[in-house]
Design a protein around this ligand. Structure first.
Ligand SMILES: [Zn+2]
Length: 486
């Protein structure tokens, strides 16, 4: 065993655990005094006078055994601590993420395992694979402190069941499909509100809110009759759906879990009155949650800077935060949080660190940056496939890239390829093209681009991990040290 491997291994009792090798040859290694101590693991054991060494695959069974031996790697609810989720489409980014948290994010609880059901399904990845990749990646980098695991944008009971089975601990419920637009012609009728599911009726609701003031930091907020009708019209079905998802989760979870509610992927911004309505109704129906992602003002497009007035956003965040304090406490959650460098410090300030930041696709873009530098022809293929797939892929994402503004790969010199990863239009096209790229099969049925990207990142793992450390670090550093709760 080299000194390097020894440094990144973890000890648990008499065992030393590590992930060794690179690329497709990564393996679990466990060193023990006797072969009996290795009985929970699966692999080949060699025994000498010095002890026993097991080498095994990165299998679900071994992942579970690792989590049982290293309690820190067993995901737990994060609660109200400042936290950041750093999803990983390739399953290879966690060691780089660990470096980012170590160097730039001390005190911020990491959520290495985080992927939306939509992405998992698009990639043919199971919740178990997402969780296990994060476990092995954290072990590889020698991380043994707290981790969360976020099953993101869950929309069905079946989504919840799959993620419970895998061992996720944060369940992000997304009732976005049940949010209704308030059109200019809306007259205030409440005929479509699912009163039975809400255990409520129109008269009772109107009476409750008429009698209610909510003490926000500087003002006593009253939700007017007009605001209440609009809020109920827009979000009542979403509340009913969220509560049904919550109850399903709570009756089926046999280990500690926590809930986030996310309506970030909806059309119109959530007003303060609408936030008050949703939180009040979810509470009335017995829900508890640790974080809430409203649809904020401005645009949180994928992989690029915040689009909007940051001063207006700061005021809005302060008001949303006042609601979370009055009706919670719970954290505000910032989704599509990648590359929003202009807002991290103001969001941390507005919430006093009662904040969860979700980033994901930019770890994939960092991988493509490595390809642009080290494997130009692979990068060109990935770019072409993403560009061709853009019109279809863009439908499920908030992006505004225009394909006709991007060059053809053959018109770009090798030395300029990495600019395609950073320029606005091509960056978004690459960001949402992952599904087409990573599931593309050649004539032999092989996932050639995915496999080549994986091999490249195995060879260039130091470069990849360093790029992740630097890029994610820029997201984490402004949040550091702001938590009131950790
Ligand atoms: Zn989201």
């Amino acid at each position: 065993m080299s000194a390097d491997e020894e440094m990144t291994g973890l000890t648990s009792g008499q065992l030393t655990l590590s992930v060794v090798g690179a690329g497709t040859r990564r393996q679990l290694r466990v060193v023990a005094r006797t072969a009996e101590e290795l009985s929970d693991f699966d692999g080949v054991v060699s025994t000498s006078v010095d002890g026993s060494i097991l080498e095994g695959s990165l299998s679900p069974l071994n992942a579970r055994a690792v989590r049982a031996k290293v309690p820190g790697l067993q995901p737990r609810p994060v609660g109200l601590a400042t936290s950041a989720g750093v999803g990983d489409r390739l399953g290879l980014a966690t060691p780089g993420h660990v470096k980012a948290f170590r160097t730039y994010g001390s005190g911020i609880v990491p959520v290495f395992a985080q992927q939306s059901i939509r992405e998992m399904d698009r990639l043919g990845r199971t919740p178990q694979e997402v969780l296990d990749d994060a476990t092995f990646g954290a072990l590889e980098a020698g991380w043994d402190r707290q981790v969360g695991a976020d099953a993101d944008h869950l929309k069905t009971f079946a989504d919840i069941d799959r993620c419970l089975e895998a061992g996720f601990t944060t369940f992000t419920i997304d009732p976005g499909e049940h949010v209704r637009d308030v059109t200019p012609s809306y007259q205030g009728d409440l005929t479509d509100v699912p009163w039975t599911a809400l255990e409520d009726d129109e008269t009772s609701m109107l009476r409750r809110y008429a009698a209610k003031t909510i003490d926000l930091e500087e003002i006593a907020l009253r939700v007017s009759d007009v605001e209440l009708r609009r809020a109920a019209h827009k979000y009542a079905a979403a509340v009913a759906y969220t509560v049904s998802m919550y109850r399903h989760l709570m009756t089926h979870a046999d280990y500690p879990v926590e809930v986030e509610v996310a309506i970030d992927e909806t059309e119109s911004p959530t007003t303060i009155a609408e936030h008050v309505y949703m939180a009040t109704e979810m509470k009335r129906l017995g829900m508890q949650w640790v974080s809430f992602a409203p649809r904020y003002i401005g645009a949180f497009e994928k992989g690029v800077e915040y689009i909007g007035d940051t001063g207006v956003l700061a005021d809005s965040l302060r008001q949303h935060f006042a609601v979370t304090s009055a009706l919670g406490p719970y954290k505000l959650s910032l989704h599509s949080g990648s590359d929003k460098f202009s807002i991290y410090a103001l969001a941390a300030d507005a919430t006093g660190g009662m904040l969860h930041l979700k980033t994901s696709g930019t770890s994939y873009l960092e991988a493509l940056g490595v390809a642009a530098l080290c494997a130009p022809s692979l990068f060109r293929e990935i770019y072409d496939v993403s560009r061709d797939a853009y019109q279809g892929a863009r439908a499920s994402y908030q992006v505004s890239a225009v394909r006709d503004r991007t060059p053809l790969s053959r018109d770009v010199a090798d030395a300029d390829l990495d600019a395609l990863v950073t320029s606005f239009d091509s960056r978004q096209i690459l960001h949402v093209g992952y599904g087409a790229v990573l599931t593309l099969r050649d004539e032999q049925g092989e996932l050639r681009l995915k496999d080549e990207l994986h091999s490249l990142l195995g060879v260039e793992s130091d470069r990849y991990h360093h790029a992740l450390e630097t890029h994610l670090g820029r997201h984490l550093a402004p949040l550091k040290g702001t938590s009131r709760h950790s």
